[in-house]
Ligand binder design. Sequence first.
Ligand code: NAP
Length: 260
Amino acid sequence: MPEDRDCAVVTGAGSGIGRAVALELSKEPLTVLAIGRRSQALGETAVLAAGKVVTASADVTSDKGRSAILGKLSGASRVKYLVHAAGILPIERLTDITAESWRRVMTTNVDARLLLTQALIPKLCDGGRVLFIGSMSATKPRKGSAAYCTAMAASFMLHQCLKLELAPYAIRVTSAVPGPVNTIMIQNSLAADADVFPDSAEYAALREQGKLIEPNRVGQFYRWLLTHTDDETYSARQWDIRDESHHKFWLGSDTLYANA
Ligand SMILES: NC(=O)c1ccc[n+]([C@@H]2O[C@H](COP(=O)([O-])OP(=O)(O)OC[C@H]3O[C@@H](n4cnc5c(N)ncnc54)[C@H](OP(=O)(O)O)[C@@H]3O)[C@@H](O)[C@H]2O)c1
């Protein structure tokens, strides 16, 4: 990585929200490191960014994966933005879920966010920003996705505690809920057996009403949040893309929903 440029690290950048954030941040004077497990998906992100992102195929849940990320960053002196967008949402009843499946959700959606942030503290010091992608499922119990709901609730608390502990290092932490976004994760939820995941009907209704948000819109919101807010504003609260009070700053005359 070039030593003279600030870096942004975006996990889950091979698809959906992570890809959209990586593409938006690639318009800034930054080197963007796009992380995911599937190298082909990351390659597609790099093509969409006209080569303006660097990719690293790495599993954020493993020591090896996090070491690979650190290795890629070895030349970079500073990480300005760390965006945690890697996540999984298996549809399974609590009565059936295995210990292994439960653990996988926790290691991906919670542990990896802690351990990658921890590993990057030296490079985030003095002005770095950490962004957790939050979820409505952190406060809404849903049949069939209990592991995800539990993990996102834990992730919400984790970001709050990190915010307190990293403040002395001048590292700002926030969480921002993207609303229901038209990604693979939502498509999988829509395709799920309604007996196991009754809320698939809720997503289907939102799709019918044109109320699924496109990832590029979420990318625009997160870019504004990361690059155009002061430190106090950035970490004052958990953000929600649907809160209209900030739309004037980044959405302008556009609409949140593609079909509005
Ligand atoms: N879509 C929504 O409506 C919605 C709403 C609220 C919150 N969110 C959150 O937004 C984030 C992004 O989700 P999305 O909707 O964009 O879904 P997505 O397209 O499925 O993206 C998830 C990404 O995470 C990556 N990933 C999963 N496990 C990983 C691992 N162990 N190491 C590295 N990368 C990993 C996946 O790539 P690989 O498989 O290649 O690793 C994938 O690119 C998630 O944290 C999700 O909880 C989404």
